[in-house]
Design a protein around this ligand. Sequence first.
Ligand code: CDP
Length: 252
Amino acid sequence: MGSVGAKEVPTLLTPDGRRIDGRRLDELRPLSITAGALNQADGSAFVEWGMNKVMAAVYGPREVHPRHLQENNKAIVQCRYNMAAFSVDERKRPGLDRRSQEISKVIAEAFESVIFVEEFPRTSIDVYIEVLQANAGTRCAGVVAASVALADAGIPMVDLLPSVAVGKVAGSIALDLKKEEDNFGEADLPMAMVPQSGRLVLLQMEGHMNREELGQALDLGVQGCRQIHEKMKGALRERYAPSSANPQEANA
Ligand code: CDP
Protein backbone atom coordinates (compact mmCIF):
# COMPACT_ATOMS: atom_id res chain seq x y z
CA MET A 1 0.00 0.00 0.00
CA GLY A 2 1.16 3.55 -0.73
CA SER A 3 -0.48 6.62 0.72
CA VAL A 4 -1.64 9.98 -0.59
CA GLY A 5 -2.26 12.36 2.29
CA ALA A 6 -4.41 10.45 4.77
CA LYS A 7 -5.81 8.12 2.06
CA GLU A 8 -4.37 4.62 1.70
CA VAL A 9 -3.88 3.81 -1.98
CA PRO A 10 -3.81 0.07 -2.66
CA THR A 11 -1.33 -1.47 -5.11
CA LEU A 12 -3.47 -1.67 -8.23
CA LEU A 13 -1.05 -3.58 -10.46
CA THR A 14 1.83 -5.87 -9.51
CA PRO A 15 5.04 -5.91 -11.58
CA ASP A 16 3.92 -9.21 -13.18
CA GLY A 17 0.65 -7.66 -14.37
CA ARG A 18 -1.78 -8.92 -11.71
CA ARG A 19 -4.57 -6.70 -10.48
CA ILE A 20 -5.84 -6.17 -6.95
CA ASP A 21 -8.03 -9.31 -7.15
CA GLY A 22 -5.45 -11.35 -9.07
CA ARG A 23 -6.98 -10.80 -12.51
CA ARG A 24 -5.01 -10.06 -15.65
CA LEU A 25 -5.68 -6.77 -17.46
CA ASP A 26 -7.98 -8.43 -20.01
CA GLU A 27 -9.98 -10.57 -17.55
CA LEU A 28 -13.60 -10.11 -16.52
CA ARG A 29 -14.85 -10.60 -12.99
CA PRO A 30 -16.97 -13.76 -12.49
CA LEU A 31 -20.38 -13.16 -14.05
CA SER A 32 -23.57 -15.11 -13.49
CA ILE A 33 -26.92 -14.24 -15.08
CA THR A 34 -30.33 -15.69 -14.21
CA ALA A 35 -33.11 -14.95 -16.68
CA GLY A 36 -36.66 -14.85 -15.32
CA ALA A 37 -35.75 -14.27 -11.67
CA LEU A 38 -39.08 -12.64 -10.73
CA ASN A 39 -42.65 -13.90 -11.10
CA GLN A 40 -44.61 -10.66 -11.35
CA ALA A 41 -42.70 -8.77 -14.05
CA ASP A 42 -43.19 -9.39 -17.79
CA GLY A 43 -39.47 -10.07 -17.97
CA SER A 44 -36.66 -10.11 -15.44
CA ALA A 45 -33.05 -11.03 -14.80
CA PHE A 46 -30.65 -11.15 -11.88
CA VAL A 47 -26.96 -10.49 -12.39
CA GLU A 48 -24.11 -11.23 -10.01
CA TRP A 49 -20.93 -9.77 -11.38
CA GLY A 50 -17.94 -9.67 -9.10
CA MET A 51 -19.43 -8.15 -5.97
CA ASN A 52 -22.26 -6.41 -7.85
CA LYS A 53 -25.79 -7.75 -7.42
CA VAL A 54 -28.36 -6.21 -9.75
CA MET A 55 -32.00 -7.09 -10.44
CA ALA A 56 -33.85 -5.89 -13.53
CA ALA A 57 -37.57 -6.05 -14.22
CA VAL A 58 -39.34 -5.10 -17.44
CA TYR A 59 -42.98 -4.27 -18.12
CA GLY A 60 -44.65 -3.61 -21.42
CA PRO A 61 -45.37 -2.64 -24.02
CA ARG A 62 -48.11 -1.04 -21.90
CA GLU A 63 -50.09 2.19 -21.50
CA VAL A 64 -47.91 5.28 -21.12
CA HIS A 65 -47.74 7.03 -17.75
CA PRO A 66 -47.62 10.01 -17.60
CA ARG A 67 -49.92 10.19 -20.63
CA HIS A 68 -48.40 13.31 -22.22
CA LEU A 69 -45.17 11.35 -22.91
CA GLN A 70 -47.03 9.09 -25.37
CA GLU A 71 -45.68 9.07 -28.95
CA ASN A 72 -48.02 8.32 -31.85
CA ASN A 73 -45.50 6.51 -34.04
CA LYS A 74 -43.43 4.53 -31.54
CA ALA A 75 -43.06 3.11 -28.06
CA ILE A 76 -41.12 5.12 -25.52
CA VAL A 77 -38.53 3.43 -23.32
CA GLN A 78 -38.51 4.55 -19.71
CA CYS A 79 -35.78 3.43 -17.34
CA ARG A 80 -35.33 3.77 -13.61
CA TYR A 81 -31.89 2.87 -12.28
CA ASN A 82 -31.87 2.87 -8.49
CA MET A 83 -29.24 2.06 -5.89
CA ALA A 84 -30.54 0.56 -2.67
CA ALA A 85 -29.57 2.45 0.49
CA PHE A 86 -27.72 -0.69 1.67
CA SER A 87 -25.88 -1.30 -1.63
CA VAL A 88 -22.75 0.71 -0.81
CA ASP A 89 -20.29 1.05 2.11
CA GLU A 90 -21.68 4.34 3.32
CA ARG A 91 -25.47 4.31 3.31
CA LYS A 92 -26.74 6.01 0.16
CA ARG A 93 -29.58 8.48 0.62
CA PRO A 94 -32.62 6.77 -0.86
CA GLY A 95 -34.24 8.20 -3.96
CA LEU A 96 -33.32 9.39 -7.42
CA ASP A 97 -30.28 11.63 -7.21
CA ARG A 98 -28.64 13.29 -10.24
CA ARG A 99 -26.33 10.34 -10.84
CA SER A 100 -29.25 7.89 -10.95
CA GLN A 101 -31.18 10.20 -13.29
CA GLU A 102 -28.22 10.45 -15.65
CA ILE A 103 -27.67 6.69 -15.67
CA SER A 104 -31.40 6.05 -16.20
CA LYS A 105 -31.39 8.42 -19.17
CA VAL A 106 -28.33 6.96 -20.94
CA ILE A 107 -29.61 3.41 -20.42
CA ALA A 108 -33.08 4.28 -21.76
CA GLU A 109 -31.49 5.87 -24.85
CA ALA A 110 -29.28 2.83 -25.41
CA PHE A 111 -32.27 0.48 -25.36
CA GLU A 112 -34.40 2.78 -27.49
CA SER A 113 -31.81 2.35 -30.23
CA VAL A 114 -32.04 -1.47 -30.26
CA ILE A 115 -35.73 -2.14 -29.51
CA PHE A 116 -38.10 -2.14 -32.51
CA VAL A 117 -40.02 0.75 -30.93
CA GLU A 118 -41.97 1.59 -34.12
CA GLU A 119 -43.82 -1.73 -33.75
CA PHE A 120 -45.59 -0.53 -30.59
CA PRO A 121 -46.89 3.02 -31.07
CA ARG A 122 -48.50 4.82 -28.11
CA THR A 123 -47.01 2.42 -25.55
CA SER A 124 -44.26 2.42 -22.95
CA ILE A 125 -41.60 -0.17 -22.28
CA ASP A 126 -40.58 0.25 -18.65
CA VAL A 127 -37.22 -0.93 -17.39
CA TYR A 128 -36.45 -1.05 -13.66
CA ILE A 129 -32.90 -1.62 -12.47
CA GLU A 130 -32.30 -2.14 -8.76
CA VAL A 131 -28.72 -2.25 -7.56
CA LEU A 132 -28.69 -4.34 -4.38
CA GLN A 133 -24.92 -4.44 -3.96
CA ALA A 134 -22.48 -2.14 -5.72
CA ASN A 135 -18.81 -2.57 -6.55
CA ALA A 136 -18.24 -0.43 -9.69
CA GLY A 137 -19.66 -1.10 -13.12
CA THR A 138 -23.24 -1.13 -11.85
CA ARG A 139 -24.60 0.74 -14.89
CA CYS A 140 -23.06 -1.96 -17.10
CA ALA A 141 -24.43 -4.74 -14.89
CA GLY A 142 -27.77 -2.91 -15.11
CA VAL A 143 -27.66 -2.86 -18.92
CA VAL A 144 -26.80 -6.58 -19.03
CA ALA A 145 -29.59 -7.48 -16.58
CA ALA A 146 -32.14 -5.24 -18.31
CA SER A 147 -31.23 -6.55 -21.72
CA VAL A 148 -31.81 -10.17 -20.67
CA ALA A 149 -35.03 -9.05 -18.92
CA LEU A 150 -36.23 -7.39 -22.15
CA ALA A 151 -35.55 -10.59 -24.08
CA ASP A 152 -37.32 -12.56 -21.31
CA ALA A 153 -40.33 -10.25 -21.77
CA GLY A 154 -40.33 -11.07 -25.49
CA ILE A 155 -39.65 -7.48 -26.58
CA PRO A 156 -38.29 -7.54 -30.14
CA MET A 157 -34.79 -6.11 -30.39
CA VAL A 158 -31.99 -5.95 -32.95
CA ASP A 159 -29.80 -7.88 -30.52
CA LEU A 160 -28.88 -8.27 -26.86
CA LEU A 161 -26.80 -5.45 -25.41
CA PRO A 162 -23.64 -6.55 -23.62
CA SER A 163 -21.96 -3.82 -21.59
CA VAL A 164 -18.72 -3.43 -19.66
CA ALA A 165 -16.49 -0.69 -18.23
CA VAL A 166 -12.89 -0.46 -19.36
CA GLY A 167 -10.41 1.86 -17.68
CA LYS A 168 -6.88 2.92 -16.98
CA VAL A 169 -5.30 1.49 -13.85
CA ALA A 170 -1.72 2.23 -12.78
CA GLY A 171 -0.95 3.37 -16.33
CA SER A 172 -2.40 0.28 -18.04
CA ILE A 173 -5.69 -0.30 -19.86
CA ALA A 174 -7.83 -2.79 -17.92
CA LEU A 175 -11.12 -4.59 -18.50
CA ASP A 176 -14.04 -4.51 -16.05
CA LEU A 177 -12.87 -2.27 -13.18
CA LYS A 178 -13.72 -3.13 -9.62
CA LYS A 179 -14.34 -0.53 -6.92
CA GLU A 180 -10.71 0.21 -5.90
CA GLU A 181 -9.70 0.46 -9.57
CA ASP A 182 -12.60 2.80 -10.26
CA ASN A 183 -11.75 4.93 -7.21
CA PHE A 184 -7.97 5.11 -7.57
CA GLY A 185 -7.49 4.47 -11.31
CA GLU A 186 -6.94 7.18 -13.93
CA ALA A 187 -9.99 6.58 -16.14
CA ASP A 188 -13.29 4.71 -16.33
CA LEU A 189 -15.08 4.15 -19.64
CA PRO A 190 -18.40 2.28 -19.54
CA MET A 191 -19.71 1.09 -22.89
CA ALA A 192 -22.52 -1.02 -24.40
CA MET A 193 -22.31 -2.59 -27.82
CA VAL A 194 -24.64 -4.19 -30.37
CA PRO A 195 -22.72 -7.44 -31.00
CA GLN A 196 -23.96 -7.95 -34.59
CA SER A 197 -22.69 -4.63 -35.91
CA GLY A 198 -20.21 -3.53 -33.24
CA ARG A 199 -22.22 -0.28 -32.92
CA LEU A 200 -21.68 1.45 -29.56
CA VAL A 201 -24.94 2.68 -28.06
CA LEU A 202 -23.58 3.75 -24.69
CA LEU A 203 -20.18 5.33 -24.20
CA GLN A 204 -19.14 7.52 -21.30
CA MET A 205 -15.79 8.47 -19.89
CA GLU A 206 -14.50 9.81 -16.62
CA GLY A 207 -10.82 10.65 -16.22
CA HIS A 208 -8.07 10.90 -18.80
CA MET A 209 -6.53 8.76 -21.56
CA ASN A 210 -4.74 9.66 -24.76
CA ARG A 211 -5.97 8.64 -28.23
CA GLU A 212 -3.87 5.51 -28.39
CA GLU A 213 -5.08 4.37 -24.98
CA LEU A 214 -8.66 5.13 -25.97
CA GLY A 215 -8.31 2.90 -29.04
CA GLN A 216 -6.82 0.15 -26.89
CA ALA A 217 -9.63 0.54 -24.33
CA LEU A 218 -12.33 0.31 -26.98
CA ASP A 219 -10.76 -2.84 -28.44
CA LEU A 220 -10.60 -4.43 -24.99
CA GLY A 221 -14.20 -3.41 -24.29
CA VAL A 222 -15.39 -4.97 -27.55
CA GLN A 223 -13.61 -8.19 -26.62
CA GLY A 224 -15.25 -8.12 -23.16
CA CYS A 225 -18.68 -7.42 -24.64
CA ARG A 226 -18.34 -10.48 -26.89
CA GLN A 227 -17.67 -12.71 -23.87
CA ILE A 228 -20.56 -11.17 -21.93
CA HIS A 229 -22.87 -11.66 -24.94
CA GLU A 230 -22.20 -15.42 -24.80
CA LYS A 231 -23.16 -15.49 -21.09
CA MET A 232 -26.35 -13.54 -21.82
CA LYS A 233 -27.36 -15.99 -24.53
CA GLY A 234 -26.50 -18.85 -22.16
CA ALA A 235 -28.83 -17.44 -19.48
CA LEU A 236 -31.72 -17.27 -21.96
CA ARG A 237 -31.01 -20.78 -23.24
CA GLU A 238 -30.96 -22.03 -19.65
CA ARG A 239 -34.44 -20.57 -19.12
CA TYR A 240 -36.10 -21.42 -22.44
CA ALA A 241 -34.27 -24.50 -23.64
CA PRO A 242 -32.81 -26.09 -20.50
CA SER A 243 -32.47 -29.40 -22.32
CA SER A 244 -29.86 -27.92 -24.65
CA ALA A 245 -28.15 -26.03 -21.80
CA ASN A 246 -28.20 -28.97 -19.38
CA PRO A 247 -29.49 -32.26 -20.78
CA GLN A 248 -29.55 -33.96 -17.33
CA GLU A 249 -32.03 -31.41 -16.00
CA ALA A 250 -34.49 -32.20 -18.78
CA ASN A 251 -34.51 -35.89 -17.82
CA ALA A 252 -35.03 -35.20 -14.09
O1 CDP B 1 -21.39 1.77 -10.74
P1 CDP B 1 -20.81 2.55 -11.88
O2 CDP B 1 -19.33 2.24 -12.06
O3 CDP B 1 -21.58 2.38 -13.15
O4 CDP B 1 -20.94 4.08 -11.53
P2 CDP B 1 -19.91 5.08 -10.82
O5 CDP B 1 -20.66 6.37 -10.63
O6 CDP B 1 -18.61 5.10 -11.56
O7 CDP B 1 -19.71 4.44 -9.38
C1 CDP B 1 -18.68 3.53 -9.10
C2 CDP B 1 -18.95 2.85 -7.78
O8 CDP B 1 -18.87 3.80 -6.73
C3 CDP B 1 -20.34 2.24 -7.63
O9 CDP B 1 -20.50 1.02 -8.30
C4 CDP B 1 -20.39 2.09 -6.13
O10 CDP B 1 -19.65 0.96 -5.72
C5 CDP B 1 -19.70 3.37 -5.66
N1 CDP B 1 -20.69 4.41 -5.30
C6 CDP B 1 -20.93 4.62 -3.94
O11 CDP B 1 -20.31 3.98 -3.11
N2 CDP B 1 -21.90 5.53 -3.57
C7 CDP B 1 -22.58 6.24 -4.49
N3 CDP B 1 -23.50 7.14 -4.09
C8 CDP B 1 -22.34 6.03 -5.85
C9 CDP B 1 -21.37 5.10 -6.23
